[in-house]
Design a protein around this ligand. Structure first.
Ligand code: PHE
Length: 340
């Protein structure tokens, strides 16, 4: 007498397998169904077919036949379902004409962009990039730069002291001395970085801001080198019609010292143009011989010039921004307008 149990088991297996294949939500799930039932070694139908030898001889043909039917039925459903899944997605409720969702894209901060552009111009003129620590000593921040500690800039009113004679640098000029100590002339460097002052937080001041230091030291460097280099920089950064002017000033570490202003020509879309006011962009001067001597160089042999400019201010001018704080409050709706 033949046993009908294996046949019943195959009937149940078929119903289960076909239902799974028909409802597979995607190609990956469909493949999992195929492996579960038809997989060569562990697939449930394959296992039954391999086990035929253990059945009573009279049951083998019927069970074998039924197993092969289930296998063929499942293969057909798998194929049909695969076709449906790769067909037009509209059928599964997706609208293929729906526009893509724009991807959120980051961008460089406008002050970072200004620093990069300025640095690249000087790099093309033969300058290297340098850096120094943000926490530095009174010696590097003041004394080495010919600034006595009783100078108002060294006062606790203006400078953020950490411990004893260690402070947060109030300008990038300490990088001048650190670079000269670590190298031999000639020196041509650009050193961007954060500086800190005990300033109020308002439209034109922040207690932490960026500066870019420039320093050139070599034999036979004169004020003419400085003027020519600066004029070339201004033309490359603001356009060929840009003018620069030097106003006498004072810094303890430069002699003579000058403040540099630029006047730009702005072209309107209708072709007319106008000149801006003179805008101050930096403090500068010929490096004081005392500073050159403090670096261990011979001040009779070497001369040079230096400047410190504010890329935050330059970015404000460039983009017509009138409140410096907007650059630091990190509202992406504001900053995103400048992303490149
Ligand atoms: N360190 C000066 C400042 O912070 C700027 C400066 C740099 C002036 C180099 C002359 C030479 O105001």
């Amino acid at each position: 007498m033949s046993d009908s149990k294996p046949i019943e088991a195959l009937n149940a297996l078929e119903a289960e397998a076909l239902a799974a294949a028909e409802s597979a939500p995607d190609a990956e799930a469909l493949e999992a169904v195929r492996v579960t039932y038809l997989g060569r070694s562990e697939g449930r139908i394959s296992v039954i077919l391999r086990g035929l030898g253990q059945l009573p001889a009279e049951d083998r043909p019927a069970v074998g036949q039924r197993a092969n039917q289930v296998k063929a039925a499942l293969a057909a459903v798998l194929e049909a379902r695969a076709g449906a899944l790769s067909g037009p997605a509209v059928e599964s409720g997706l609208d293929l004409t729906m526009p893509g969702r724009p991807r959120w894209q980051g961008g460089l901060h406008p002050i970072t962009q200004a620093i990069d552009e300025i640095w690249h111009i000087f790099r093309d003129l033969g300058f290297a990039r340098a850096r120094g620590p943000e926490a530095d000593t009174e010696w590097y921040n003041f004394e080495a730069l010919n600034t006595p500690l009783d100078h108002p800039a060294a006062d606790e009113q203006d400078t953020l002291y950490l411990v004893d004679s260690v402070l947060l640098r109030s300008h990038t000029s300490p990088v001048q001395m650190r670079t000269m100590e670590a190298n031999e002339p000639p020196i041509r460097i650009i050193a961007p970085g954060w500086v800190y002052r005990r300033d109020t937080y308002d439209a034109t001041h922040t207690p932490a801001f960026m500066q870019i230091e420039g320093l050139v030291i070599d034999e036979d460097i004169t004020f003419i080198d400085f003027k020519a280099t600066l004029a070339e920089f201004a033309r490359r950064y603001w356009g060929p019609d840009t003018q620069i002017r030097f106003r006498p000033s004072f810094f303890p570490f430069t002699e003579p010292s000058a403040e540099v202003d630029v006047k730009r020509v702005i072209r309107r879309p209708d072709g007319t143009q106008y000149e801006t006011d003179w805008l101050e962009i930096m403090g500068s001067g010929m490096v004081d011989p005392n500073v050159i001597a403090n670096a261990g160089y011979d001040p009779e042999r070497y001369t040079g010039w230096a400047f410190g400019m504010g890329p935050g201010r330059i970015a404000m001018l460039k983009h017509g921004v009138d409140d410096l704080r907007t650059f630091f409050e990190n509202d992406v709706r504001f900053l995103g307008q400048f992303a490149q």
